[in-house]
Design a protein around this ligand. Structure first.
Ligand SMILES: [Zn+2]
Length: 287
């Protein structure tokens, strides 16, 4: 199994897996680990973004896995004692299930032996991932996430309300995890292209029809990306070690200078606050 799918040297931003990638990992992991008991937990490197809690192994060992859920960019593994094992993949985290005799890879920081003999391995080159175990209420407080974009709570009315009293751009609002959970740079760029709105527009200045288009485009782009198992442009692999394919369908992200797939105008890359925004100056209007 190879550790790195496609590390694009041209992209200055190591990216965090967004909702479609985490959802794809969730689906593949759910098939492989739900119903399994955690027989053993081996921590080879406890220093992730934050060090693992001293009782991390004790809170997991012996528990059965009842469900694998997702909130925003987080995985939430529900245990049979109503505790939740919270996982954020950081920038380079991979959770892959494989046979026990597989040779350990560099950066396999946590190895979990399941009741069926298979091993769930957490590999994270940059160690920017996060793991903790707590009650559902504790986990919600730790993450402080806004609404799920694919739920009915993310509506035209909700986004309209959230955009009225802010000086921020629409892209910044869409990427604010406390407002909407799960969207990062790739999907914010892609959905704003589909909505025909420039990423640099001041959110409060958007009219009702634009807000409605953004909500519809958000749901459509995320669903389409999930169907294609997410985008593999960095270290992302799903629970079976497979990459996604949505990156071949990008309309604007990482396509600066290339012709717009709709109107052939060259795609523009604009840097704001250290982050790149990509848009078509013809298809996307400023208001
Ligand atoms: Zn265009």
């Amino acid at each position: 199994m190879q550790g790195r799918v496609c590390d694009r040297g041209t992209s200055e931003e190591k990216r965090v897996p967004e909702l479609p990638e985490v959802e794809t990992v969730r689906r593949s992991l759910a098939r492989l680990i739900v119903g399994q008991t955690i027989v053993a937990v081996e921590v080879r490197e406890p220093r992730l973004r934050r060090p693992l809690a001293a009782d991390f192994v004790a809170t997991l060992a012996g528990r059965a896995i009842s469900q694998v859920e997702r909130r925003g960019k987080y995985l939430q593994v529900n245990l049979d004692n109503d505790q939740v094992w919270l996982i954020h993949l950081g920038m380079t985290g991979q959770l892959v299930v494989g046979p026990p005799d597989e040779a350990p890879r560099r950066h396999d920081h946590i190895v979990i032996v399941l009741g069926n003999g298979q091993c769930l391995r957490y590999n994270d080159t940059r160690r920017f991932g996060l793991m903790a175990v707590g009650s559902e209420a504790e986990v919600a407080a730790w993450t402080g996430l806004g609404v799920e974009p694919l739920s009915s709570a993310f509506s035209r009315r909700y986004l309209w309300h959230k955009t009225r009293s802010t000086q921020r751009t629409i892209k910044d609002v869409l990427m604010d995890q406390r407002v909407i959970a799960g969207i990062g740079n790739i999907y914010a760029s892609e959905l704003l292209f589909r909505a025909g709105v420039r990423p640099g527009c001041v959110a409060a200045a958007l009219a009702q029809p634009a807000v409605e288009r953004i909500v519809k485009a958000t749901k459509a782009v995320l669903r389409e990306a999930i169907r294609h198992r997410g985008s593999s442009i960095s270290d992302y692999l799903d629970g079976e070690g497979q990459p996604g394919s949505f990156q071949s369908r990008f309309r604007v992200y990482d396509r600066q200078g290339q012709p717009c797939r709709v109107c052939t105008t060259p795609i523009v890359r604009e840097v704001r606050g250290g982050r790149s925004a990509f848009f078509c100056p013809t298809c996307q209007s400023e208001d």
